[in-house]
Write a protein that binds this ligand. Sequence first.
Ligand code: HEC
Ligand code: HEC
Ligand code: HEC
Ligand code: HEC
Ligand code: HEC
Ligand code: HEC
Ligand code: HEC
Ligand code: HEC
Length: 472
Amino acid sequence: MLHTSTTSAFVSRKVKNTVVKNTVVKSILLIPLVIVLLTVSAGFAYVHWSKGGTGAGLYSRHWSPDPVQGYWDPDNFYQSTEIVKGLFKAEQCIQCHEEITPGIVSDWRASRHARSEEPIYCNACHGNDHQQLRLPTPDECGRCHAKQHGEFRDEARHGFPSHVLAMERAVDTKHFADKPKAELQSCVQCHSVATKCDSCHTRHRFDAAEARRSEACITCHSGPPHPDGETYFASAHGKRYLAEGSDWDWSKPLTKGNYKVPTCAYCHMDGGRHQVAHKSLWKFGLREINPHTSQNRVLRENWIELCSDCHDEKQAGQWLTELDRERKSAWRKLYAAEDILKRLRGDNLLRPAAGERPPYPMDWLDSLWPRERIGFFEGQASAFYNVSAIERDYFEMWYFENLGAYKSAAHGNQAGVEAGHRKMAASLDRIKSKSDELRTLKKVRQKAKIKSDLPGAPWAKGAYTDYNREHN
Ligand code: HEC
Ligand code: HEC
Ligand code: HEC
Ligand code: HEC
Ligand code: HEC
Ligand code: HEC
Ligand code: HEC
Ligand code: HEC
């Protein structure tokens, strides 16, 4: 009896030991999992916290919006006017606004909304209570236009750049919290393409015909980093559009056979699809891509299919191959310049050095490990405002001259391709000679045993480098 009980006690101890051992092993295995879980949830909590300030986006705690921003990003910031009091019926809105804002009422009267069988009155978009007016967001339009709204939302899966993510993209840049307010107001005007639907068919006509024309895009798609309007109007397509377009019937959808030359929307929103990012290979043009990956080949096939509404397929393919060739040549120049800068960085010859410039707000990594950012993979464009003169030269080359050459090649403006490459070559020469100067200066100073630091650049202080929190 005793024997058995001892044995069973022994066995049970053994079992217990294995159980304890197993539990210990299991808990050791659990530790990394718990750490990962904690880190991930801390990360989420931090992002959530950082978005909880008076502004919007990752740096919302570092800026607050001017009231006008309510019109660009109504969902986040619009506050109704309280001057007029009362609940009004549709006819009353029109009656009074005929006096107050006659332009709005006559645009509305000319619109499909007014001429529809059951007219869409002012209150359908703005509400009836004049103390709690709404400015319609895309979701609001989506109540009645599910197809366009659905396509618009679905664009998010193509990532940046895209219309649906444009506002996030702007407010999540580091310099959004840091730049002078007057400039930031311009960002949200263009990037509001994400937060309201009146960018291409303007209020209160909401006219599809207007949106089909190229002028609908160029309020935002023009100017140095994205000269889409300039390059299109200088192309064979754009010239013919300018010469004949005013006589065309713009009430027809943008499909094969309806138009002689393509407009922006014909090429980028083919078939009336409310997306612009679904065919992009080179995207904004800020980094080199490989056009021959299987995914990019599919995108390129989609482009060629579109061109073949009017051109021979083979010819269209060749034109787009020329675009890739132009890009390759641009990147040779850009890499040469990056290389020079990286070597200067290696030899500690860039002034002010990264550690001598104020870091971007919340960029704790930058304050722990200051480092000059050179090129796309080291930092987004916003990292290039408070830099040394030679880095600024590279920024101009990369962000303006390169992007101008790219859009010229993409849109068929040959003179623009030539000009872009001429400017890039000149910038590369300038960067080379500035680099030589810095190296010579270093030698001279070493010889003369001058210990003090190299002179600072004009970017060391000023509107772009001082932390602007008080003014934002
Ligand atoms: C008795 C006259 C009157 C009536 C009725 C009226 N409004 Fe207005 N509404 C105004 C005035 C005046 C303003 C300008 C207020 C201001 O300057 O802040 C205005 C401004 C607006 C604005 C712009 C708000 C802004 O923040 O810029 C909207 C939108 C608007 N009204 C919609 C409506 C709608 C919808 C109705 C019907 C439900 C309506 N209004 C009925 C007089 C009227
Ligand atoms: C189909 C939806 C829709 C309808 C219908 C509509 N609006 Fe608007 N309205 C808008 C949008 C979109 C804006 C711009 C919102 C913004 O800037 O964020 C706007 C802006 C306004 C503004 C602000 C001032 C400005 O700069 O344009 C006023 C005033 C206004 N609407 C009045 C009216 C009146 C009056 C009517 C009826 C005759 C009307 N709206 C009908 C969508 C609509
Ligand atoms: C309450 C429903 C409703 C809302 C809200 C609404 N619409 Fe409409 N919309 C219509 C109807 C109905 C038509 C006419 C359709 C027809 O006649 O085939 C129309 C037509 C249109 C057209 C086509 C015009 C043309 O020239 O063919 C556009 C563009 C448009 N709406 C844009 C908008 C935008 C942008 C918003 C949000 C600011 C909006 N709509 C909000 C119901 C609505
Ligand atoms: C209100 C301003 C505005 C208007 C109008 C506008 N866009 Fe855009 N568009 C933008 C912004 C801002 C971005 C970049 C968003 C980002 O950074 O993610 C953009 C991005 C794009 C892209 C880049 C997509 C990619 O993947 O690289 C294309 C293509 C484009 N738009 C085409 C058009 C066309 C075509 C029209 C006219 C039918 C048009 N846009 C009208 C503001 C606008
Ligand atoms: C004139 C209209 C306009 C203004 C003003 C504007 N943007 Fe943009 N932005 C665009 C367009 C259009 C694109 C996309 C171009 C393309 O894809 O070719 C873009 C692209 C971008 C991108 C994506 C490319 C990148 O650099 O990574 C960012 C970020 C951006 N803008 C931020 C800003 C900020 C911040 C401001 C204000 C300082 C601003 N934008 C002002 C129209 C504008
Ligand atoms: C980048 C420019 C652009 C933006 C932003 C835009 N649209 Fe459009 N929209 C167009 C173009 C171009 C057409 C004409 C398409 C065609 O010819 O097939 C159009 C047509 C329409 C039509 C009429 C469709 C038809 O077949 O009659 C509706 C409705 C519409 N858009 C709603 C919206 C809504 C809702 C939003 C916001 C989610 C929006 N649009 C934002 C460019 C735009
Ligand atoms: C003949 C067709 C065509 C027309 C018309 C056209 N584009 Fe493009 N666009 C292209 C092609 C092709 C590219 C390069 C696409 C690639 O390889 O990424 C491009 C590139 C772009 C890009 C960079 C993002 C991207 O998709 O790669 C923007 C933004 C853009 N175009 C806007 C416009 C605007 C705005 C207009 C009118 C002023 C316009 N385009 C007219 C064909 C066209
Ligand atoms: C809706 C019809 C249409 C579409 C779609 C179209 N094109 Fe064109 N394209 C034309 C016409 C017409 C001309 C001749 C214009 C002239 O001679 O004034 C032309 C001229 C050109 C030229 C000038 C060279 C020459 O022989 O005159 C190039 C390059 C070109 N297209 C490239 C493209 C590419 C690439 C695409 C697709 C991304 C495209 N086109 C889409 C109608 C179109």
